[in-house]
Design a protein around this ligand. Structure first.
Ligand SMILES: Nc1ncnc2c1ncn2[C@@H]1O[C@H](COP(=O)(O)OP(=O)(O)OP(=O)(O)O)[C@@H](O)[C@H]1O
Ligand SMILES: [Mg+2]
Length: 366
């Protein structure tokens, strides 16, 4: 699949842009702090409702403005469609596909598949369990519509249960409703745990084979799912923790507390990995994401590479660039020399200068 065009209005430092893309390699180049990452962020946001940098919409609206608009046209084998996203300062964002508002923004995960490589990827390995869950959840939601549905149902149940835990303090007569929420939570939660279990094994197989190639066989990567509770014991654990939940006014047990561990040669990379090892493991996970998405959906996802080439050594760079065949790719960089030297086919080049994005024809690029 590919993005054929993008229109931005008051997104970060970009007042206005109207861009047509190639289904091949698209490059954004320019000095630091001009708006290159902002363009990639807008594509990722329009395709997933998530920014890789912030969870606050208002940060992405151009300073001094009230609203921001993104319009993106996506081409898939089954046909093309338009996504309209509307960011507002004090209200949730609005998303429409083909002019029809989406009830749940997460439905986008099924429509557009994007893989974003950025320096922040290190966080998947280095940071807390939340980032690893997000990685797993977005990927699983993109390939499994039932998971997507269960996942949002679970979030809703969890929020309701936590609200109830708050209310029970003043209204103890509501206690029977807690049993109802617990039953729902355990039923949906069990399905989520089982799916994550199965999928973590697939992710491991895919990522380990890539990791082995990147490290020349030196490192064996393992991905171990670490559920907060097994599916069978979830109900029991919830019951056992009820008094504590009532005191803390939050739900202690369940898949919302899951984690997965990434190790190389048996060593937990989060705790013991060097910066380079962590970066390589994150790269292996991301690259396996491309393969898994293609295998499960029959279409190549779109790649966004923000500043990653400069952070990788030559071997890893080559490995990454070799995986770009038949894949729409957006790359940010500060200069074009390196691409020209390598005879890299740059299908479309944009210069980004103080929030202005303009298509350029480069004589050397043919
Ligand atoms: N909401 C906003 N309104 C206006 N300007 C913003 C907003 N958010 C960020 N900016 C500005 O956008 C500018 C460009 O940001 P961006 O991260 O895209 O730069 P870049 O071209 O990727 O630079 P680098 O090469 O350093 O990564 C920054 O200088 C920042 O101050
Ligand atoms: Mg940048």
């Amino acid at each position: 699949m590919y993005v054929s065009s993008l229109k931005l209005q008051d997104f970060r430092n970009i007042r206005e842009a109207s861009l047509e893309f190639s289904p091949g390699i698209n490059i954004f180049y320019g000095e630091n702090a001009q708006g290159k990452t902002n363009v990639l962020e807008s594509i990722y946001l329009a395709g997933t409702t998530k920014s890789h940098r912030t969870s606050r919409d208002r940060e992405m609206i151009r300073i001094g403005e009230e609203e921001s608009h993104i319009r993106m046209e996506v081409v898939r084998r089954a046909g093309s469609f338009r996504i309209d996203m509307h960011l507002k300062k004090n209200r949730p964002k609005g998303v429409a596909v083909g002019g029809v508002p989406l009830r749940r923004a997460a439905e986008l995960f099924q429509l557009v598949h994007l893989v974003f490589f950025s320096p922040e990827d290190l966080g998947i390995i280095k940071n807390g369990p939340g980032e690893r869950r997000k990685f797993l959840d977005i990927l699983l939601s993109s390939i499994d519509p039932i998971y997507l549905k269960d996942f949002s149902l679970y979030q809703r149940c969890l929020t309701q249960r936590n609200h109830l835990l708050h209310d029970l303090f003043a209204r103890p007569e509501l206690l029977p409703s807690l049993d109802v929420w617990d039953a729902q939570l355990t039923e949906i939660g069990a399905r989520i745990i089982e799916k994550r279990q199965t999928f973590a094994a697939e992710l491991e197989t895919a990522a380990a084979s890539i990791h082995e190639k990147i490290t020349g066989g030196a490192e064996k990567l393992t991905v171990t799912y670490e559920p907060n509770t097994a599916a069978e014991t979830f109900a029991e654990k919830l019951r056992a923790g009820r008094n504590l939940d009532l005191r803390m006014k939050t739900t202690g047990a369940g898949p919302h507390r899951d984690d997965f561990k990434v190790s190389a040669n048996g060593l937990d990379l989060r705790l013991f990995g060097s910066q380079g090892q962590q970066r390589t493991a994150a790269l292996s996970l991301k690259l396996s994401q491309i393969g898994l998405l293609e295998e499960k959906t029959g279409e190549r996802p779109i790649l966004l590479l923000d500043d990653v080439l400069s952070e990788l050594d030559r071997g890893r760079q080559t490995f990454l660039l070799d995986s770009l065949d038949h894949t729409q790719t957006f790359i940010t960089c500060t200069g074009l020399d390196e691409f020209v030297e390598k005879n890299f086919s740059l299908d479309r080049v944009f210069r980004v200068d103080d929030g202005k994005v303009s298509a350029v024809s480069h004589p050397q690029l043919g």
